[in-house]
Design a protein around this ligand. Structure first.
Ligand code: SF4
Length: 81
């Protein structure tokens, strides 16, 4: 199954409106410490980076919908190498 890289960049620009979390909670969640969005732990890649992850084809559509809806346009979904 095809893989896709999801990036939140620059994550510090997140305005914490939770739009991405509402649209695609399987991939995005709020970080309780800084109240900005992050990638759900099981998809993080590299694991120590909360702002990048790898998802499979079945989650691509919701991640792309979240990217399109983000008011500050900091979510990117692109084919993984
Ligand atoms: S939609 Fe954009 S601004 Fe809103 S929580 Fe997600 S990343 Fe942050």
């Amino acid at each position: 199954m095809a893989k896709y890289r999801v990036r939140i960049n620059p994550r510090e620009n997140c305005i914490s409106d939770m739009v991405c979390v509402s649209i695609c909670p399987d991939v995005f969640e709020m970080n309780p410490d800084d109240n900005k969005t992050q990638i759900v732990e099981k998809f993080r890649s590299p694991p120590e980076n909360i702002a990048e992850g790898i998802i499979s084809e079945d989650l691509r559509e919701c991640a792309e919908q979240a990217a399109a809806a983000c008011p500050v346009q900091i979510i990117f979904v692109e084919p993984a190498e």
